[in-house]
Design a protein around this ligand. Structure first.
Ligand SMILES: Cc1ncc(COP(=O)(O)O)c(C=O)c1O
Length: 385
């Protein structure tokens, strides 16, 4: 079976993890600090704080932004559910905004109608790795006292206006889940330019302690720690960070290969009338974390039938980005109409794209779509031509 995604990990990562384990320091320690430094420098961010996931990074971003009960946080429904869930972790109300069809991201035009006097933050997602227009969103929000938090879960190594995505944000959260380009198994990073915020994030991830466990352990004097505010255990381990350091060294190669394979898909799929694929926006480049394809309304087979045919051909594809407002966990939550979101979630699929994907495998994937474009639908009517 051709998987939808396979992380590019191997002997080097295994050796790095083994070295961390044999060092005797396996929880958060010196390798996490090194990974943070290397990540901040790669992204061009002032501070990077390693966390257990992007979900916990989003939670802490909202905590340090001071978001709480009764506040409204505008989020795209068209995102992995963790984006909306984060607002609920701080007892705020997620307010679903629609997205732009080309980028699948929020824009000022989709967010503005959702703003109320209670809006305190917008979580701007770089969906599937396509950078969102952060400057435009900040121009809408900041004069109104609304904070923009970037959910760059998928966007490590994407570029926004000449800088790595996330570098320009006040707070940007990344994921290192294996579906992403750079993986640590599970893991996340929150980057910020604010030194005080970074210090607070380091405390919050470690139970609200004023001295880190690593610092206490290496001190030559007894240290009595204090717990200065409600905190969490959102730490990354040194084993994960050791893997992350190796992965970070490969990021350039990972992106170059993704972009080459993505271009190949784009060229081959351009021959199917009406099919649209993920592409770079005007102001930046994507890392192609996911390669989505939008089927035209008159495509001869349904999206789900196409997924079935791909599976029968040995290809594990996925439905497109989910829409949180359609899930039972969000039932009853009021929202304005979300026509673009509903269209995209129903008509898109995600094709396999990963570092080791071969050209013959890609050809097989495309051949199923090409055959689908020519196939009569279940009622026997030919369409799409
Ligand atoms: C946009 C977005 N935000 C947040 C997350 C959550 O990331 P993690 O699995 O690291 O918690 C994901 C994961 O897929 C995501 O795609």
């Amino acid at each position: 079976m051709i998987p939808v995604m396979r992380p590019w990990v191997g002997a080097e990562e295994a050796a790095a993890a083994a070295e961390a384990i044999s060092s005797g320091w396996i929880a958060q320690g010196p390798r996490v600090a090194k990974f943070e430094e290397a990540f901040a420098s790669a992204i061009g961010a002032e501070h990077a704080v390693a966390l257990s996931s992007c979900t916990t990074a989003l939670h802490l971003a909202l905590v340090v932004a001071g978001i709480g009960p009764g506040d409204e946080v505008v989020v795209p429904s068209l995102s992995f559910i963790a984006t909306a869930n984060a607002a609920r972790y701080v007892d705020a109300v997620p307010v679903f905004a629609d997205v732009d069809e080309a980028t699948q991201n929020l824009t000022p035009a989709t967010v503005e109608p959702c703003l109320t006097p209670r809006t305190r933050a917008v979580i701007l997602v770089d969906q599937a790795g396509v950078p969102a227009d952060l400057d435009a969103m900040r121009a809408l929000c900041e004069p109104r006292g609304i904070m923009v938090i970037e959910d760059a879960a998928c966007a490590v190594g994407s570029v926004y206006k000449g800088r790595p995505t996330g570098a320009a944000a006040y707070l940007a959260a990344f994921s290192f889940h294996p579906r992403k380009l750079l993986t640590t198994g599970e893991g996340g990073m929150l980057v910020t330019a604010d030194t005080d915020v970074a210090a607070r994030l380091r405390r919050l991830r470690e139970h609200g302690m004023d001295v880190s466990a690593a610092a206490r352990h290496t001190s030559r004097q007894p240290v009595i720690e204090h717990y200065v505010e409600l905190g969490y255990n959102y730490r990354m381990t040194d084993i994960q960070a050791a893997v992350g350091l190796v992965q970070l060294g490969k990021l350039g190669q990972l992106i170059a290969r993704r972009r080459m394979l993505a271009q190949r898909y784009q060229k081959m799929l351009a021959g199917i009338p009406g099919v649209r694929t993920i592409a770079d926006p005007d102001y930046g480049t994507t890392n192609y974390q996911s390669f989505w394809v939008l089927l035209p309304d008159d495509f001869p087979v349904s999206r789900d039938e196409l997924l079935q045919r791909l599976a029968e051909a040995g290809v594990s594809a996925r439905r497109g980005i989910m829409a949180a407002h359609l899930e039972p966990a969000y039932q009853g939550m009021r929202h304005d109409p979300l026509p673009v979101t509903e269209h995209l979630t129903a008509r898109t699929l995600i094709l396999p794209l990963y570092h080791d994907l071969t050209e013959p495998e890609q050809d097989l994937v495309v051949s199923v779509l090409v055959a689908g474009a020519r196939t009569p639908d279940t009622t026997g009517a030919l369409s799409g031509s």
